[in-house]
Design a protein around this ligand. Structure first.
Ligand SMILES: [Zn+2]
Length: 342
């Protein structure tokens, strides 16, 4: 049987005529790699996503492009699915050297303007959310672990082009439609080639994992509702091959969307049950649930993943409130969830 992480092996893998999947390394243990896709033609070299600006990722990209007789200087354009550092920052670093054009969805503007302003501080927005989740104890552990330090924002710059929803992007050899799919981030885009039946799905639809929701500098309201609506958006389009940013290429976007919808339905029910059983804050609820497909206990996650888990729980709780299945009340800046009035 093929290793589950075989997709992270280095190289340039042709997944469609003229489209090469290039996995680039990431520094964390959890997600081992990010796929960038090179669309190669005589005149152009377009990259879907850029990777994280790390020396290891840069040399891996150079090695992969060399097998296609190209170098980073040949890249004409980056189409970036969303403003997370594992997708965006290497595009900016390469632009600085070669003047490459960088494009991203217009919905990422608030987050990128905030991230690229001088003195941006890591995770301030997320820390504010954790306060409302009643996660003071986790916040203290995150601060002790150094997560509140200022980050150098050298690879957070604005793009050359803000892409609008449903923009048609003519690449000569093929044409892509940019489809706004908010949820993972506010301005996330997928790029669909309906004529050829392929979708560059970014982190919206991932084959092995469920993407985090609303983890960004300037989150919108009810990001999980947006995410579920965006799953419906791509489910209404014709089915296509799934070219994800993390994980192997698979045959069907629809099949995975159906699994993700079922997962979130089950998760909403489990989240409500935890409140019925007595959890009040998002933090308490997160601790009452199990995590990842291996059903880890919350306390066995590292602080960063506990933060993601707490925020994801808050997202589910807020959807349950919007659906009228729970109520929410403010207690001195902390949101307390309850089963509706009896
Ligand atoms: Zn990602």
């Amino acid at each position: 049987m093929e290793r589950r992480d075989a997709w992270t092996d280095p190289g340039a893998f042709e997944v469609e005529p003229g489209i090469h999947r290039i996995p680039l390394p990431l520094p964390q243990d959890g997600l081992k790699a990010v796929n960038v896709y090179a669309i190669v033609s005589d005149d152009d070299l377009v990259l879907i996503d850029g990777g994280w600006a790390l020396d290891a990722a840069r040399s891996r990209l150079e090695e992969a492009l060399a097998t296609l007789d190209r170098t980073p200087a040949d890249i004409t354009r980056f189409l970036v699915t969303h403003a997370h550092r594992d997708h965006y920052t290497q595009a900016v670093a390469i632009r600085r050297e070669f003047g490459t054009r960088v494009e991203i969805g217009v919905g990422e503007r608030d987050s990128l303007e905030s991230l690229s302003s001088p003195g941006a501080i890591s995770l301030t927005g997320q820390f504010q959310v954790l306060e409302t989740c009643g996660a003071q104890e986790l916040l203290e552990r995150l601060r002790a672990a150094g997560f509140s330090r200022r980050i150098p924002n050298e690879n957070w710059e604005l793009p050359d082009v803000w892409i609008e929803d449903r923009a048609e992007i003519d690449l000569g050899v093929r044409s892509l439609t940019a489809v706004h799919t908010p949820g993972h981030t506010r301005g996330h885009l997928v790029f669909a080639d309906e004529a050829e039946g392929i979708m560059f799905a970014g982190d919206h639809v991932l084959p092995h994992i469920t993407p985090s929701i609303g983890f960004e500098k300037a989150p919108g309201t009810l990001p999980l509702s947006s995410y579920l609506d965006s799953l419906a958006t791509v489910r209404k389009m014709p089915d296509m091959r799934l070219l994800p940013a993390h994980g192997p290429v698979t045959a069907s976007v629809h099949e995975r969307v159906d699994e993700l919808v079922a997962h979130h339905d089950a998760r909403l029910n489990a989240t409500r049950s935890a409140v019925v059983a007595g959890s009040g804050t998002a933090y308490e609820t997160a601790r009452a649930l199990t995590w990842t497909r291996r059903e880890h206990r919350f306390d066995d996650l590292d602080p960063f993943n506990q933060m993601l888990a707490t925020m994801e729980t808050a997202a589910h709780l807020d959807v349950l409130v919007a659906q009228g299945r729970l109520s929410a009340a403010d207690d001195d800046g902390v949101t307390i969830y309850a089963v509706g009035a009896e």
